[in-house]
Design a protein around this ligand. Sequence first.
Ligand code: TRP
Length: 446
Amino acid sequence: MANTKRGEWGSKVGFILAASGSAIGLGNIWRFPYITGANGGGVFLIIYLLCVFLIGFPVMLVELSIGRHGKKNPVGAIKKITPNKTWSLVGYLGVITGIGILSYYLVVAGWTIGYFFKSLTYSLNSVKFSSFVANAPTQGIFFIIFLALTAFVVAGGISEGIEKMTKILMPILFLLMVVLIVRSMTLENSMGGLKFFLIPDFSKVSAKTFIYALGQAFFSLSLGMGAMITYGSYLSDEDNLVSSAFYVVFFDTLIAVMAGFIIFPAIGGAPSKSGPGLVFVVLKDIFIKMPLGELVAVLFFALLAIAALTSTVSLLEVPVSYLIDEKGFSRKKAVFLTSIITLFLGIPSLLSLGAFPPLTNVYKGKGFLDIMDFIFGNISLTVGSFLLCLFVIYVWKFKNAEIEVLKGFKNFKKYSYLWKYAISFLAPVAILIVMLYIIITGESLG
Ligand code: TRP
């Protein structure tokens, strides 16, 4: 049933690298270490691992099986399973969420290349984060550069664009991380930082810890908006979805933990700032003081930029594949249109860090960018993952999903009851709790 018009991954390794590239992003490198440190260190790590493997992994398999079965974007794949129009709304939600996340993710991604250039030209010393992000023209330029890079890769298609790029960049990313870990761990105060990262602090564990862990797991694994449906749609029937999903989950988690081994030893203790500040303020100050610091800074910001690029590409691919499959667009035209929409949608986020003060505090102290993250990066992903689990259980039916997985993994029958339990009970209940919590408290999780 080869569909010559639609792309396919050239190899299973190609898929694993591309999907890991989607998962591994800014979420792993600056967000995960900080959240872990702030939520009890080693205890959080254990809870996070449970969320990733007991909930994230089964939901990843849900997305990959829907995608490969439908051989289409999230809207098309759902339509193939049921004619019921209401369910295709879950697909549309994913398409919109892709553009929504991309529009503010690109702002932060732009900072990474800004800081990369500054360190390359030995001028990192003079950068002040608050003035840097309040400068609309530079923000705009870096945003556009990053968007253009993303568009260029996606326009190249699946095997020639996304797969080729990730095959080059992911090994580089891994090498950079190893170099940076060695540099960090050989600094004087490295143990103080590691203690903060890893030693369990039970006084910081509460219901919230679980909720943060699950929110972080979905965001980090790129789940809940059909990115994995889309990437899964380019897999062949011979591919083993279970092992594919496992590799992606494993690499994503490995890189997150490795990032902790770079950041905390460098800080040498508890960080004084959270979020964007952690990397762009605290680490910058450390880099300029340490031996070989400028070189380390160049490598570190290159690493962040690479991680961000392999993620932005997956965010853009979702709406692009929708326009190609459902609206008959050519790939280039689809990339052009979605990029223009993303650019316009990105403007208020871009201006919300000081360039245009009314956008800095829009609601309850949150700026426009934070609100976009809350709506698209939290609520939408959680609702999306929840609905996708229900979709498999009640609409597609578990036995059909099982047949899809069996195609490339004949022994799956032995284990499928675990998957069934996870997606019909564990995941939906956990997600429901998180969803209610987010909506009631209005708190952003990631
Ligand atoms: N997982 C990426 C990160 O950790 C971000 C990302 C890329 C994403 N594609 C996604 C998040 C799809 C949710 C859905 O930075």
